[in-house]
Design a protein around this ligand. Structure first.
Ligand code: AHR
Length: 537
């Protein structure tokens, strides 16, 4: 893995207190490998009020975005197989993946990196494929990058799945001129040499590129810059990120590594007025230790709990980064873009190429996704985009492929169940629920978020973090009637249940039958370790 050089103290995400609490939990709790919980455990009780009478702002649909990098088998194999592949494809892009992503209503897709973005030179990826140069992908294992998948192929993918492109530009090893030229090539309708080169390469009409990243992790793999230096570089590069031919570009500055609040402070104070978005990256590691992150599938309740505890830190990060942004941008003009998030585990056992960052995806990942998406929604006033890392075969992927086979991960289904929240109005949820404790550490047992769509339907997503106990929730809705309530539930027999190429449907949504209505009184019975999405109309 090419990451340790950017592993700072701030990346080792847990506080001392949380680490001690986890250690205490380790001592108190027997490791439960492949643990299946008792189905007849007593339910814990909770109360929930959905305040449909107090609508908030709009949930930006871009928080349901994805990120696909030239890393491992994300682009090559996962998305791109080439026109001559026996795997069914459209102009080289896998048909099964196109259909799966289209079904998610994926709003936005970030590309080509990640760390790869700051070593990518766009001219390598245009023109006849046979003549494109082969480069070393020094960020990810030193493999040969054939450049078969370049700008035209990426834009084709976005059009096929109807997602907006979010292109990350190269600040680390590129020039402002190169960045400017790329935008002219992609978006200009003029008779310029670059626009004509695009036409010559098969694309008459310019594309729309609404989002452009000015560097990636410029504190680390994107150039190891100090925030003051990057703020100046940002100002220089962003000057040449221009809007051509009616394309209205949003410039997104490379943001903080997790709780590096000073980065946000410096960027906002020195360049805040010149950006439309500022990113932040935060990964969930079960142990919080980059040298021994924890397994994707071989874990017990201790790591289940510590993973959820660490993923909940997203709440604090968003609050604190938002508070800094509020000082410089009280109008909330600049979006906080969580353009990399998700779980990051140790390489799969027996892997010969750890740099491909392939990992299985279990029910625990689905719970992580459900919590994070609920958190992003709660911060709808500032969080304008989020991009899970990554789309196919890398980190917390929504899709896994093995040659001609494809499976949808538990995380995929969370995105699919939550898509009803996209672009809807945030509705507050008041929740009184117990904590789910392990040793000295505790997390809320439930995490919920609600919205109202343009047809006046309410959607409520509830995560039960407790792997042992079902939840019995007494629910009230204020400001809307509930003539019909239906829902879907995602759960599985074990915390580490996964979908495999042989058994692809172990974790998938089912109809939710735990709804009881008596007059105004609604009772929900959620299984342990589950995610429920209700539709109320
Ligand atoms: O998503 C994998 C890597 O994580 C990205 O390339 C980089 O931006 C981050 O550190």
């Amino acid at each position: 893995m090419k990451r340790p050089h950017v592993v700072t103290l701030s990346r080792v995400c847990c506080s001392l207190a949380a680490m001690l609490a986890t250690l205490a939990a380790c001592l108190l709790v027997m490791p439960l490998s492949l643990h299946t919980t008792a189905q007849n455990a007593e339910a814990f009780k909770a109360e929930m009020t959905v305040r449909a009478d107090q609508p908030k702002g709009t949930i930006n649909r871009n928080i349901y975005g994805n990120f696909a990098e030239h890393l491992g088998r994300d682009i090559y194999d996962g998305i791109w197989v080439g026109e001559n592949s026996p795997i069914p494809n459209t102009r080289g892009i896998r048909n099964d993946v196109i259909a799966a992503l289209k079904n998610l209503n994926l709003p936005v897709l970030r590309w080509p990196g990640g760390c790869f973005a700051d070593e990518y030179h766009w001219r390598d990826g245009i023109g006849p494929r046979g003549q494109r140069p082969k480069r070393l992908n020094t960020s990810w294992g030193g493999v040969i990058e054939t450049n078969a998948f370049g700008t035209h192929e990426f834009m084709d993918l976005c059009e096929l799945i109807r997602a907006d492109p979010y292109v990350s530009g190269n600040v680390g090893s590129g020039t402002p001129q190169e960045m400017m030229d790329w935008l002219e090539y992609m978006t200009s309708d003029s008779d310029s040499t670059l626009a004509n080169l695009r036409r010559q390469n098969g694309r008459e009409k310019p594309w729309k590129v609404p989002y452009f990243g000015v560097g990636n992790e410029s504190w680390g793999c994107g150039g190891n810059m100090r925030p003051e230096h990057y703020a100046d570089e940002y100002r220089r590069y962003a000057t040449f990120v221009k809007s051509y031919s009616g394309n209205r570009i949003q410039r997104i500055a490379s943001g903080a590594n997790a709780e590096d609040y000073n980065w946000t402070e410096v960027l906002m104070s020195q360049a805040g007025g010149r950006m439309q978005g500022l990113s932040v990256h935060y990964y969930t590691l079960p142990t919080g230790d980059w040298n021994k992150k924890g397994s994707a599938t071989q874990f017990g309740e201790t790591e289940w709990h510590s993973t959820l505890l660490r993923t909940l830190r997203m709440e604090e990060l968003l609050q604190k980064h938002s508070a800094i942004m509020d000082k410089y941008d009280p109008q909330k003009r600049v979006g906080l873009m969580v353009d990399e998030w998700g779980t990051w585990y140790d390489p799969e056992p027996g892997t010969t190429r750890p740099s491909i960052l392939y990992q299985q995806n279990s029910l625990r990942d689905a719970i992580v996704a459900g919590i994070n998406l609920n958190i992003f929604q709660q911060h709808a006033d500032r969080v304008q985009m989020a991009n899970i890392a990554q789309t196919v075969n890398v980190l917390q992927a929504v899709i896994l492929t093995d040659k001609e086979k494809m499976i949808l991960t538990p995380t995929y289904y969370v995105f699919e169940m939550y898509k009803t929240h996209q672009g809807a109005t945030l509705i507050p949820v008041e929740l009184t629920a117990p904590e789910y404790k392990l040793g000295q550490a505790s997390v809320p047992a439930l995490y919920a978020s609600a919205s109202r769509d343009k047809d006046d339907k309410l959607h409520l997503s509830i995560v039960n973090l407790d792997p042992n106990r079902p939840a019995q929730i007494s629910m009230k809705i204020v400001g809307a009637s509930a003539k019909s309530i239906t829902g879907r539930v995602l759960t599985a027999p074990a915390m580490n249940s996964v979908n495999t190429f042989d058994k692809p449907e172990t974790v998938k949504p089912a109809r939710f039958t735990g709804i009881q209505v008596q007059g105004d009184q609604i009772t929900l019975s959620l299984p342990s370790k589950s995610i429920v999405v209700l539709e109320i109309q």
